[in-house]
Design a protein around this ligand. Structure first.
Ligand code: UDP
Ligand code: MG
Length: 162
């Protein structure tokens, strides 16, 4: 079960997912949220924010040597971003699968980027790429008190445990 929910399961993880300004402007919030929701993952934090350039640079610090870094940070800070934390078994890795390859021209149909985006510079969504980045990104975007621990009524049906 989820951290804080009192259950016995130990495989619960949390990942940071953000809909970038292009996804928000294109009206894709509900489309994207519903894909995570339908899968059976649990939303534990959500907020709409316009990050500063400096904040965007922190978020993408691993990429600071890349030629697209400046444009990427300008873009992320150009408008509202929907920041979220999703929880579930295997959500870090499978969330990346739902999102699809970085370059939408190579993302499989059926994935978020494959279905909803065309070019790498406007690929509409971010997802943590591993347990360490998930931890760091959640801590960067959210205060601990913004993460809501609760038991979803669906958990026993999604995981098959009581
Ligand atoms: N990006 C870009 N050009 C590139 C590679 C990446 O504009 O050639 C952008 C793209 O928006 C991507 C982000 O930089 O989502 C972060 O890159 P990363 O390799 O971490 O891809 P992701 O983890 O988002 O799939
Ligand atoms: Mg990445």
């Amino acid at each position: 079960h989820a951290p804080g929910s009192g259950g016995a399961c130990c495989r619960m993880e949390r990942t940071f997912i953000a809909i970038k300004p292009d996804g928000v402007q294109r009206g894709l919030i509900s489309e994207i949220v519903s894909r995570f929701e339908r899968k059976g993952y649990k939303l534990v934090a959500i907020k709409l924010v316009v990050p500063s350039k400096q904040f965007a640079e922190k978020h993408y610090h691993d990429l600071k040597e890349r030629p697209f870094f400046n444009g990427l940070c300008d873009f992320l800070s150009s408008g509202p971003v929907l920041a979220m934390v999703w929880e579930g078994e295997g959500v870090i890795k499978y969330g990346r699968k739902l999102i699809g390859a970085t370059d939408p021209s190579k993302s499989e149909p059926g994935t978020i980027r494959g279905d909803l985006a065309v070019v790498v510079g406007r690929n509409i969504i971010h997802g943590s790429d591993g347990p360490e980045t998930a931890k760091d990104e959640i801590a960067l975007w959210f205060q601990p008190k913004e993460l809501v621990s609760y038991t979803s009524n669906e958990e026993k049906w999604i995981y098959g445990v009581n």
